[in-house]
Write a protein that binds this ligand. Structure first.
Ligand code: SF4
Length: 331
């Protein structure tokens, strides 16, 4: 579905390029929720932008490409980096970070749906030819029915965004992003800044939607708990690259990479009495990363060889990948 082939991306600055995504190479499969985890500033959002083809100054694609392919309504499709924009909304959609602020606060939601849907080409659940003849009232009927399917009241179409809670605005954005039944949906920190109860509701909505659409969802979150709750597979990013990738349950049960172990170890657990310690130290500067393994300055298992060469991401067991000199492939 989504092939990411040796992708590197950087931000152009007056001091030179800052390499934020470094030779990332992996596949995201049909009908799965794939999570991208890691601390702030590790390159998650930039990677997601590259998947959605939002390569705009100062961001530059240095190498590699993304290939989006599959079949929708019996028609095969394939788009590569540079042409993925043509497939926006219909084949791939994107819920950006802080999406709640994307809505115009002083325009009724029905107008915002109508403004977006014609740009998408319409056609969700209808023949494209007849959809083009659809009147605004017919489109709003379909939107209202879709909102009901998502257990949202169609009455919100008459509301202004400022009248809705942050959680409800997030649900509306997700409804808008999935109205065309995209084959792939990307969501960047969809639960950040929401309280725990609302967060759970959004995660349940995403899970239900993925099951209904049987599509692929790529979820970026710094919150490992979010990944544990809804993703099938996940990748852990550190300083622009994946350091571990595999089945989410297996990663949580048996993390391979020292960084993954520390991320999971820092999660609060029921019955914890003491205060949890975060991961000591800070992620390295992407302007001047350390030589060798970039995690070495924070890694309790680091040794001399770790600073001499960067460990490649290798398949350690079938479907389990890690980048660490101390972990040898078993396959
Ligand atoms: Fe730690 Fe060395 Fe493995 Fe890097 S390569 S994670 S420094 S043990």
């Amino acid at each position: 579905m989504l092939k990411i082939e040796h992708l590197s991306a950087s931000y152009k600055t007056i001091d030179g390029n800052v390499h934020v995504v470094n030779d990332v190479h992996f596949d995201i499969l049909d009908n799965e929720i794939f999570g991208i985890a890691g601390e702030s500033g590790c390159g998650k959002t930039t990677l997601l932008k590259a998947l959605y083809d939002i390569i705009e100054f100062p961001l530059e694609l240095d190498a590699g490409r993304v290939v989006l392919s599959g079949e929708k309504n019996g028609e095969p499709f394939e788009f590569c980096s540079g042409e993925i924009r043509k497939s926006w909304w219909n084949h791939i959609s994107y819920v950006p970070q802080a999406a709640q602020s994307v809505l115009n606060p002083i325009t009724r939601l029905k107008s915002q749906f109508l403004d977006s849907i014609p740009k998408q080409g319409r056609g969700s659940g209808m023949e494209r030819g007849s959809a083009l003849k659809e009147t605004p009232a017919q489109t709003l009927d379909r939107v209202a029915n879709y909102l009901k399917e998502l257990e949202l009241s169609p009455d919100i179409l008459d509301a202004f965004p400022f009248q809705l809670s942050g959680g409800m605005r997030q649900r509306v954005i997700i409804a808008l992003a999935t109205f065309m039944s995209p084959s792939v949906m990307l969501a960047d920190e969809p639960t950040t800044a929401l309280d725990v109860v609302v967060q759970r509701g959004i995660l349940m909505m995403l899970t239900r939607l993925q099951k209904r659409l049987r599509n692929t969802m790529v979820l970026v979150s710094h919150d490992m708990g979010v990944h544990y709750q809804i993703t099938n597979r996940m990748g852990i990013m550190y300083s622009g690259s994946f350091v571990e990738l595999g089945d989410t349950e297996l990663i949580f049960n048996d993390p391979l990479h020292p960084y993954t172990r520390m991320l999971i170890g820092a999660l609060p657990r029921v019955g914890d009495k003491g205060q949890k310690q975060g991961i000591p130290g800070r992620p390295p500067s992407l302007k001047a990363p350390p030589p060798g393994c970039r995690f070495a300055p924070r890694c309790p298992q680091a040794r001399d060889m770790c600073t001499q060469a960067a460990p490649p991401l290798e398949e350690i067991r079938p479907g389990r990948f890690a980048a660490c000199h101390l972990i040898r492939p078993e396959v």
